[in-house]
Structure formats: C-alpha cells, structure tokens
Design a binder for this molecule. Structure first.
Ligand SMILES: [Zn+2]
Length: 325
C-alpha cells in the first residue's frame, strides 16, 4: 500500500517525538589516548625471482650535527639540511639491515646493534618477526664492514648467537684490519670499540668465519664490490636475479642529502678519506648508469631507491610504496 501523506506525516511525527535513542550520538566522542608507537619497520619488494626485505634496527639522534662533516663549515652543511627540511639540531641516523631470499639462501646483510647499542636501536629481531622471518632460518650473515653498528647484532651480550644457523661471511680486508693487534696499537680512541666488537662477536667462531675477496660471489647471486675508504676493507654487494640487480651500498655514503649530493664531503667516520670519495664516485656512477636500485644502511626508511646524477653529485630517489609484490 502506498504511503499516504497522512500516514507519512504520522510516521514523521512519531519519529520526531519518540525515541530518546535519537539523541544518543551516533559517533564516538573520541577521547582515545594516542597510540604512541610507529608501525613495524620493514619494507618488502621483489628483485627478479628474489625477495628483498629491508628491516630497520632503529635510529639514533646525532648528538653533534656540526661534527658530521669534517671538511666543510657547518653553515654550508646546515644549508644542505635546510634544503632537505631536516632541522639542523634534529638529525637522526637510521640503521638498516637487509634480507635477501634467493630461494636457495636466506641472507642477512649487516646486523644492527643487537642488545649492545643505544635504547632506540636493537629492533632488528622484533621487526624481523613482524616481517615473518625467523632468525633461525637465516643461513648466511654477510657483513659490509666491522663498525659496531653493523656487527654488534651478530651476538647478544650473554654470548648467544642471534642467528645461530648462519654461516658468517665478511670482507677479507675488514677481517685483517680489525684482528690486527698492531693496528689496534696505533688506532685512535674512536676506533677502539670496533676492535672490541670484532673480538666479542667473531672471537667465539673465528675459525668458522668465511672471508670474501672483492669481485667474488658470496652465495649464488650476491657478489662483493670494492668500496673501501669508509673503512679499510669495506664491501658493498651486488644482488642479481635474472636481469634485475640491487646494490647494497653499506656505508658508501651516510645521509644521502649530505654525502650523495656532495660526494667530496667527509663523514667523521671515514677512515681513509681519499679512498672513500673515490669509491663513492665509482659505485654511485655504476648505480646511476645501470639504474640499479640501492639500499643504504644509513638512508631514510625504507632506505631503498635509486641514484640519479645531480649537479656535481647524486640524488637519492626513494621508491614509491607498493603493497602488491
Ligand atoms: Zn654505519
């Protein structure tokens, strides 16, 4: 039966006078507390038949931004930070290991701080768990160099290995330098923690650590590249699957808005400055020419993107988030 005008009015009136329920708000009056924490920090993508997972270990605030670049006045460095919208007094350094699943090997490149670093680090394990990767299933731990932010995570303070089923592979130049008592004897204080960390994490398994030379394949699909200078035996790694390649640069450059854009700028932690610049130009030229994506250990998360030539240097162009693999 069609609704008559009269019955419609009656219904409307009834509705307008009736239910107290109508005065109850239909939406929550949100007085919810802020959640106060960030999403798990992992980013996943495909590379040919390989699967790549970038997993952040954490970040630290740079205590003295004015000491980051040792061969330029801070005013010049400050302008580069301004241009990237990074406050001059609020610069953060991230730490970004990466996992390559080749289908045959599950390879972790660099290990973060483990339980041996600042409180805002040591998240590799929880972020790995969030990403669905079991540390026990990692069969290869590959290292770019022996500075503490890259190797402390090999082993807990208790002595327990964090990746108990993994073969450890390191650049031979790093192994030689950081295990050399003569080098320790003449090292500046700033490098003593790297010697100590080397002993602590590799000492118990020294005879089982495999050393790799530049140019050699580490596991099928991953090759060590000479990028010495930041440290004496620093290695980057090219990952290849089919026609696809990825370059894991390690510390070839620290923050890209400073050191990729200005390849001659020297980070305080560059141990052999002239070699660091030569390596930087050589390897970033290769990334730009081959349009190879890179992962940068101290790059802004997800630390994955491309290198384009820009002026006298290079620009880092981050990837676009892609939820479909
Ligand atoms: Zn580093």
């Amino acid at each position: 039966m069609p609704l008559s005008r009269r019955s419609f009015m009656a219904a409307a009136t009834a509705a307008s006078v009736a239910p107290a329920a109508l005065s109850v708000p239909r939406f929550a009056e949100a007085a919810a507390p802020p959640v106060g924490k960030q999403a798990p920090a992992f980013y996943r993508t495909k590379l040919g038949d390989f699967e790549v997972t970038v997993v952040q270990d954490g970040v630290v605030k740079v205590t003295k931004p004015e000491s980051l670049v040792v061969n330029r006045p801070f005013e010049e460095v400050g302008k580069a930070l301004d241009a990237a919208f990074i406050p001059r007094d609020n610069v953060w350094a991230p730490f970004t290991p990466v996992i390559i699943n080749t289908g045959k090997n599950l390879v972790l490149i660099d290990t973060g701080f483990g339980d041996n670093g600042p409180p805002t680090t040591g998240n590799l394990k929880s972020n790995l768990a969030a990403s669905g990767i079991d540390p026990k299933s990692i069969d290869t731990v590959l290292i770019t160099h022996f500075h503490p932010d890259h190797i402390q995570g090999v082993r807990q303070k208790s002595g327990e290995a964090n990746f108990p089923n993994a073969q450890i592979i390191v650049p031979s130049g790093e192994w030689k330098h950081w295990n050399d008592e003569g080098e320790l004897g003449k090292a500046a204080d700033v490098w003593k923690p790297s010697f100590a960390a080397t002993k602590r994490v590799f000492g118990p398994v020294a005879k089982d650590v495999t050393q790799v030379e530049y140019g050699k394949e580490v596991v099928p699909g991953i090759t060590a590249v000479d990028s010495r200078g930041h440290s004496p035996g620093h290695a980057s790694y090219v990952v290849s699957s089919g026609n696809s390649k990825l370059l894991v640069i390690g510390d070839l450059t620290n923050n890209p808005v400073l050191f990729a854009r200005n390849p001659e700028w020297q980070l305080w932690a560059n141990m052999i400055p002239a070699e660091a610049v030569a390596s930087r130009r050589k390897v970033l030229d290769m990334a730009a020419a081959e349009k190879m994506p890179i992962v940068g250990y101290h790059y802004p998360f997800p630390a994955f993107g491309y290198i384009a030539k820009l002026g006298n240097g290079y620009d880092f162009v981050p990837v676009t988030w892609q939820p479909v693999l």
